[in-house]
Design a protein around this ligand. Sequence first.
Ligand SMILES: [Zn+2]
Length: 285
Amino acid sequence: MQTSIANSVSATGVGLHSGKHIYLTFRQAPPNTGIIFRRIDCKPVREVPANMAFISDTRLCTTLERHGAKVATVEHLLSAIAGVGIDNLYIDIDGPEVPIMDGSASPFVFLLKSGGLYRQHVPKRLIRITEPVSVTDDNGATCELLPHDGRKIEFSINFEHPAFSDSVQRASIDLDKESYFIDVSRARTFGFITQLEMLKKQNLALGASLNNAIGLDDTTILNPDGLRYNNEFAMHKILDAIGDLHLLGSVIIGTFKGHCSGHRMNKLLLDQLVSQQSFEYVEVA
Ligand SMILES: [Zn+2]
């Protein structure tokens, strides 16, 4: 059955790019609403559905925009929503980006579960991949969706850096057998200090710190407590892909494989999937 939350839950956190405090409230939404961001700081309030039709930017993070109202960095929250299995939700937000929290999806999982799940008496709609779909860019990055009677995700990255041994550059998860909450949701975003200095000069990443990202210099990981998972970098790319793919509007039944891809390619993959009509809707209850 479709699911929303039973009780409203509010939270606050810092925006990764603005560095400002942003308030969020998750509220129950009726069946067949989907996930809708509501910019409550705009007059009138602007609704921005979490749908691929409203993706406006994929540099650094995934940004949605409708009628001039933006919501950036939606991917970690959408990943948590997909992981918890919520279909319908209003997200009231008083700024242009979702707070970064600890850089993973785990705080959002905690908040959504705190609201309690509310089962709605309408069948859940899933998307089943029927034909392989893939996209590749000029640098050799690829991502693809393949038919599979389950939910599997594989990802590989390729960084020439002492902290990235071969074993940490790969991650995979079978969501029918393993746990999104335990194995994926705690993986944090990561970045290089040299890039961070460049972004800050452009007035971006003003809220970035070792409290909300894994930071790397030329040789090592800067966070005193190290990594949460041995392959946290690659696992975070899986977390991102789950969030980006959820902009299709439903959980996807199939296999996703990514290699060095990111938000831009995830969007291109969704565009390709829709233009090829390589999927079908299935209802479950
Ligand atoms: Zn991310």
